[in-house]
Design a protein around this ligand. Sequence first.
Ligand code: SF4
Length: 375
Amino acid sequence: MLCDKVNCQAQLIWGGSLEFKERRKSRQIVLGGVAIGGPAPVSVQSMTNTDTRDIAATAAQIKRLEKVGCELVRVAVPDEAAAFSLAAIKEQISIPLLADIHFNHRLALIAVEQGVDGLRLNPGNIGSAVRVREVVAACKDRAVPIRIGVNGGSLEKDLLIRYGPTPEALVESALGHVRLLEKENFTQIKISLKSSDVPATLAAYRELATRVDYPFHIGITEAGTKLRGAIKSAAGIALLLADGLGDTLRVSLTAPPEDEIFVAFEILKSLGLRKRGIELISCPTCGRTEIALIELAERVEDALTHIDKPLKIAVMGCVVNGPGEARHADFGIAGGKGVGLIFRKGEILKKLPESELLSALVAEVENYVADTVAS
Ligand code: SF4
């Protein structure tokens, strides 16, 4: 709903919730204590971009990811040295560690031995049935689930000949890998069907949802750089979630992995599916704006990244309409000419010079969070 008082795009609160399709009833698996599927909340994951053999750098990056809310982390395991680093990395982190393995069943066996909480591995790509059996036996022993990760860029040749580069090819590829695991009575499976094309991804997940009840790891692969990738991911992931599809997600960006977590939570928060940290409500600015609002909004966002508590923070351009238009915000700033108001739930707390607004807002928010924790 648009603001009806002035011709701006500041939104009024509606108070309802989106009509999503009923969430698909997937079976639940557990990776290192994190439940995926069934009624579990949609979890957020990322992948490191350090050299996994560099244990210190990889663990440090995972700790940074933990701090911003990452709930599961995947690392590439391209060789034995990387595989033998996994236990030492796991020792230093607090979230489940998943090993990403292509083609090499021996690396999968080492990773499981090292204590990882999950594998990403396509069983059809590791050679013989004997190798699949060995990996499945190790995973069963240690209760390690496997993600089948089908990617549009690496589909099997026979499927490409039969179906072309289509959603059907993605689905048939996934089902082929599923059959190999089910043949060994292994059902601790989740599946991703990734393509960099949003409509193809949606069509593929919709079809697969009619064929299996394993949980889905969703995302738009190779989505692009930070801004373009965030937009494309938001479009694809929101469509999937609105369709009731998706149990865990990764936003895939050409950017530091911490940015992937930020974007993932912003998508989930926007849809009302998760709560974490601040939700920033800021007006688009117009001819009435008399303070440096764009810069101020960015500084507010940066200054409050350490707040985990879900809070709505408004940064509005004018004192006449700002507090009223953002009355649903927990705290906010409304700018005037060289001055501004600090307000809480639409009520004005104080009027200050422009230069003091940021520090005053941060102090109000931090005091409020400290009081809530103490009470
Ligand atoms: S300054 Fe912002 S809140 Fe005020 S009228 Fe313009 S866009 Fe709306």
